[in-house]
Design a protein. Structure first.
Length: 227
C-alpha cells in the first residue's frame, strides 16, 4: 500500500540495503545496516564513486530509503557521528527512526493539504498567461493536484509558486500538466482537478517537502486515533 506509515522496528534488519540523501546534496549514496540498537542505526559509511567517504555535519538531517522485498520504506533520521564496526568497517551512527512510509517503486504518496498555489499557464510559443490563485487538492514530492475553475489541456506547461509550507520555504518551479478531470461538487457545480508534475525540483527541496508531508500524515493518523 503506497503511503502507509509502518513501525520501523518491524521492517529494519541487519544487512538490509539502505540509501541516503544528505540534506543539500543531489546524490543518492548506497549503504547497508551493519547493526542497530533501540535508538541507533549503525550503517556502512557511504562513499563516492572515487572511494571518498561521505561525512555529514554533526546532527545533519538525512533522508533515507530502506529496500524491502517488494517495496521501499522512506524515513528521516539525523547523523550523530562516525566510527568503526569491529575495528575495521567505517560506519555512520544515525538515529533509528520510529516510523517509515511504505511505498512501491519510486512513487510518492499524495497528501491532502490546506494550501493555495499561484499558477501561470504557458503557451507552446512561450507566452505566459496571467497568474491564477487556486486551491491545492493534494501534494507529493513529485507533483501536485490543483482545483481549477476551468479545464487545462494536458502537456501544458505552467509556472507554479507555492509558499506557506513549514520548513520548506517558497517553491517556485516549472510544471507539466499531466491530467485534467472534471469533478462535480455538492452544489452540482463543476471544478477541474488538474494534476501536474514538478520539473527539475532540487533534491534538497524534495527532501524538505517529503519531510513536511510525512509530518502531516503522522498528525492525521494521530487525529484519527483521538476521534
Amino acid at each position: 500500500m503506497t503511503g502507509e506509515l509502518v513501525k520501523a522496528k518491524e521492517y529494519l534488519k541487519i544487512g538490509q540495503r539502505v540509501e541516503f540523501y544528505v540534506e543539500a546534496d543531489e546524490t543518492r549514496y548506497a549503504s547497508r545496516i551493519e547493526d542497530m540498537t533501540e535508538d541507533t542505526l549503525e550503517v556502512a559509511m557511504p562513499m563516492t564513486r572515487q572511494g571518498v567517504p561521505i561525512i555529514p555535519k554533526d546532527h545533519e538531517k538525512l533522508y533515507g530509503v530502506a529496500v524491502g522485498d517488494h517495496c521501499r520504506f522512506r524515513f528521516f533520521t539525523v547523523y550523530q557521528g562516525k566510527g568503526y564496526k569491529d575495528g575495521r568497517i567505517p560506519v555512520w551512527y544515525v538515529d533509528r527512526p520510529s516510523e517509515m512510509e511504505r511505498f512501491q517503486n519510486r512513487e510518492f504518496v499524495r497528501v491532502k493539504v490546506n494550501l493555495k498555489a499561484t499558477v501561470s499557464l504557458v503557451d507552446e510559443d512561450g507566452t505566459i498567461h496571467d497568474s491564477e490563485t487556486v486551491p491545492v487538492v493534494d501534494l507529493s514530492g513529485s507533483g501536485i493536484c490543483l482545483a481549477f475553475p476551468h479545464a487545462v489541456e494536458p502537456e501544458t506547461k505552467a509556472v507554479l509558486e507555492l509558499n506557506g509550507i513549514p520548513g520548506v520555504g517558497i517553491i517556485d518551479v516549472m510544471c507539466r500538466i499531466a491530467r485534467c478531470s472534471p469533478v462535480e461538487r455538492s452544489d452540482e457545480s463543476i471544478v477541474y482537478h488538474v494534476g501536474a508534475a514538478f520539473l527539475h525540483l532540487p533534491r534538497s527541496t524534495v527532501n524538505k517537502l517529503v519531510r513536511y508531508l510525512f509530518s502531516v500524515q503522522r498528525a492525521n493518523i494521530a487525529k484519527g486515533f483521538k476521534e
